[in-house]
Design a protein around this ligand. Structure first.
Ligand code: UD1
Length: 356
């Protein structure tokens, strides 16, 4: 049997690393080929992550880099096609919802190669998000859909997807978190950045709806105000860094830092008093860790994190950042149980199913 994994961005690595590990262990005789599209390419966005996650050196580097949606998607398709033609995998495995996911799923299905989609069935019901389009396409064409939460079942049913393609396995991102727990708990990133565990806010923002338009200057002003009440650590995504050029960001208590390695990031996440984000994965990681998360978006494709009580949707409204200190003060105790099957074993379930 031949399995081929296509990854391209930082969150893809986190979601796929444990699946590759479990598959290699479960099916040691099979051929496991890793393709890195190169959608993320900075050392801090790619190499550092792959090394910390123990992902073997990719067999193919497509080096597509940045571009418009059409250009990036097309480049992945053009460069992946000859790899699939040469490798002829029995299954192409794609994670998440980024442009590399869409491109890989389309290329494989058009070549008659079955596709498995990790993190299937999430829906924000907001077609202005590029990720929503990517998810719908990947799910429509995948043969095996690996679901990370129960609400995905209803979403997929509503799109007419048959139950026989759905496998509720749990969250592979949480597998990575569980596997790294001992190491990130010992990483001590807060102390290195000069903030007290439990007493600072950690911020990540990178979605086009927030950072590519007029909301960014107001967001930075609100972060400066928050930083007067509690120190704010903000590792800045390259997209956001570019858009912040010309915005005054030197404010007391507000530390803008380079993107962090995953161990340092998880160390900060676990120690944060509050997290402000527009990321999908961070809504999940904070739910598992029981850390209060405030999501600066109008919707979430991960309502399970809101139901769990850790995640609050603030809306796509920078002014809502001002409500965080009060919300923290009035917050009920953190829940103790993570969502169903967020237990560190999702990748093993995937490997067991595929081995059959
Ligand atoms: C992509 C995904 C998004 C995911 C995010 C995680 C799509 C449509 N978006 O967004 O769903 O949440 O990854 O981080 O696939 N850049 C660099 N170095 C890099 C990568 C990017 O400088 O290594 C800069 C470039 O200016 C680039 C911009 O960031 O144009 C955006 O990169 P891109 O991969 O297109 O989208 P992300 O915003 O990273």
């Amino acid at each position: 049997m031949r399995f081929l994994y296509v990854v391209g961005t930082r969150p893809n690595f986190v979601k796929t690393a444990p699946v590759i590990g479990a598959m290699r262990e479960r099916l040691p005789e099979a051929r496991h080929t890793i393709v890195h599209t190169g959608q993320h390419y900075d050392r801090l966005m790619s190499e550092v992550f792959l090394a910390e996650l123990g992902v073997p050196e990719p067999d193919f580097m497509l080096e597509v880099g940045s571009g418009s949606h059409a250009a990036q998607t097309a480049r992945v398709m053009e460069r992946l096609e000859p790899v699939l033609a040469a490798e002829r995998p029995d299954l192409a495995i794609v994670p998440g919802d980024v442009n590399s996911t869409l491109a890989a799923a389309l290329t494989a299905v058009k070549m008659g190669i079955p596709v498995a989609h990790i993190e299937s069935g999430l829906r924000s019901f907001d077609l202005t998000m590029p990720e929503e389009v990517n998810r719908i396409v990947a799910d429509r064409f995948a043969t095996h859909l690996f679901l990370h939460s129960e609400e995905a079942i209803e979403n997929l049913r509503a799109e007419g997807i048959g139950e026989e393609r759905m496998h509720f396995v749990g969250n592979t991102m949480i597998d990575t978190l569980v596997a790294l727990e001992e190491r990130f708990r010992a990483a001590g990133a807060a102390a290195r950045l000069g903030v007290e565990p439990g007493g600072f806010a950690l911020v990540t923002l990178h979605r086009p709806a927030l950072v590519d338009g007029p909301l960014l200057p107001e967001t930075v002003a609100q972060l400066a105000a928050l930083a007067r009440q509690m120190p704010v650590v903000f590792p800045v995504h390259p997209r956001t860094r570019k858009m912040m050029e010309g915005i005054e960001s030197d404010h007391p208590g507000l530390s803008l830092v380079e993107p962090l390695g995953y161990l340092d990031f998880l160390s900060l996440l676990a120690d944060a008093g509050a997290v402000l984000t527009d990321s999908g994965g961070i809504q999940e990681e904070t739910t598992y860790l029981g850390v209060p998360c405030f999501t600066l978006r109008d919707n979430t494709e991960r309502p399970v994190t809101v139901r769990a009580g850790t995640n609050t949707l603030l809306g796509l409204d920078p002014a809502a950042i001002a409500t965080i200190p009060k919300a923290l003060a009035n917050r009920p105790p953190a829940p103790t149980d993570p969502p169903a099957l967020w237990d560190g074993k999702a990748s093993q379930r995937i490997a067991d199913l595929l081995a059959k």
